[in-house]
Design a protein. Structure first.
Length: 195
């Protein structure tokens, strides 16, 4: 048996991702993941509550990146300017060299409805957390919820594009947010009463 080494969680994640990609998520057990790196199943469960958590480990770091961006926004920024700051901060969580890992992870999630549901829940939790942070900045309702939900949607669309393109996530998020703002402006113009 291998003694404890630094980076055990990362080694388990890497092995899990390889097994999920080659054998399938449902066909891979926690014991097999641990064995792939010379560890015991018990060691696996010291790091992860179940094999699903291997795919979602680090979610709190992403949420924190969004919150850091909210905090970094100027005090009098509009709700969508705060969201833009949060998106920019979150983009730093996904440097281009992380794209191959993210592509593999997403392919595993796309093949499993329960994992897709968990991924959707992640975005919902993200939007709720950002809305709370906006309210803490004094943004009222429904602006806080609208801005936060819009930010989560922009992130989801930009992230999907990032998986399939070779541009930075920051560039893609900025582009998607600009498209949303353009749509909102067009709708606002159409709703203005004519005299």
């Amino acid at each position: 048996m291998v003694r404890w080494e630094p980076g055990t969680a990362e080694r388990l994640q890497k092995a899990a991702m390889e097994l999920f990609a080659t054998r399938g998520y449902e066909q891979t057990t926690a014991a097999e993941i641990a064995q792939a790196v010379g560890l015991t199943e018990r060691t696996f469960f010291r790091h992860f509550s179940d094999k699903r958590e291997v795919l979602f480990h680090g979610q709190q770091l992403l949420v924190q990146a969004f919150l850091d961006g909210v905090e970094a926004a100027p005090p009098h920024a509009s709700p969508l300017e705060v969201v833009a700051s949060a998106l920019d901060s979150a983009a730093s969580f996904f440097p281009d060299e992380r794209r191959p890992h993210s592509r593999t992870r997403q392919a595993v999630i796309d093949r499993n409805p329960a994992l897709q549901e968990r991924e959707h829940h992640k975005l919902t939790t993200l939007a709720t957390t950002v809305a709370d942070a906006l309210r803490a900045r004094g943004v009222g309702e429904p602006a806080a919820t609208l801005a936060a939900e819009s930010g989560a949607t922009v992130f989801g669309i930009a992230f999907t594009r990032w998986l399939h393109e070779e541009r930075s996530l920051a560039e893609l998020a900025s582009e998607v947010l600009a498209e949303l703002l353009s749509l909102a402006e067009t709708a606002a113009q159409a709703l203005r009463p004519t005299r």
